[in-house]
Ligand binder design. Sequence first.
Ligand code: GRF
Length: 208
Amino acid sequence: MNRTGRYRLGVLGSGKGSNMTAIAEACAAGKIPGEIAVVISDVADAGILQNARKFGVAAEFIAPGKYRTKLDEDSERTYLERLRAEEVDLVVLAGFMRILKGEFLRAFANRVVNIHPSLLPAFPGLEAWKQALDHGVKVTGCTVHFVDQGVDNGPIIAQEAVPVLEDDTPETLHARIQVAERQLYPTAIGALAEGRITVKGRRVLWKR
Ligand code: GRF
């Protein structure tokens, strides 16, 4: 715990920020015993920044640098400095479209979480809802997991199943998954904030 005595979240996102909004609402409602300290985006006009400001949360664009799929070294250092300055306890990836690498993950070892729109290990990577539809599965869902060096690979904290309907389009399926995400992610973050989560190898255990 940092010197503010509050469990502090640093949220990184590239998109519209519906997960960040659900997390901010859960903090305000006391369902997460903590607060969002800062929201950072690699996209200057991302909805997540505007949404964060509506909650009075500090929101910043930090340029990602020269690569397309990851932060370059200078940028990664700037992200780290910002999160450290805010005394962040947990880094929450909420639609952040860049891979985080060694130095970042070492600095926040076991303290970076992500939400992925499928039941991992099925359908890692981009547009997981579309992968699920194309594959013809009848059930998909969402997964909250710790972030490690692999892509969508770290220990699984929580999962929620979502049915695939016969008349689904990628858009309708993604929307149904996102409804489940907005429940699951705040629940998992709340449990982390309360210290009810322990990790044993790949297995994540909940104290209920
Ligand atoms: C979510 O569907 C999440 O699963 C994926 O990116 C999307 C972010 O959406 N990682 P939003 O910006 O939270 O609305």
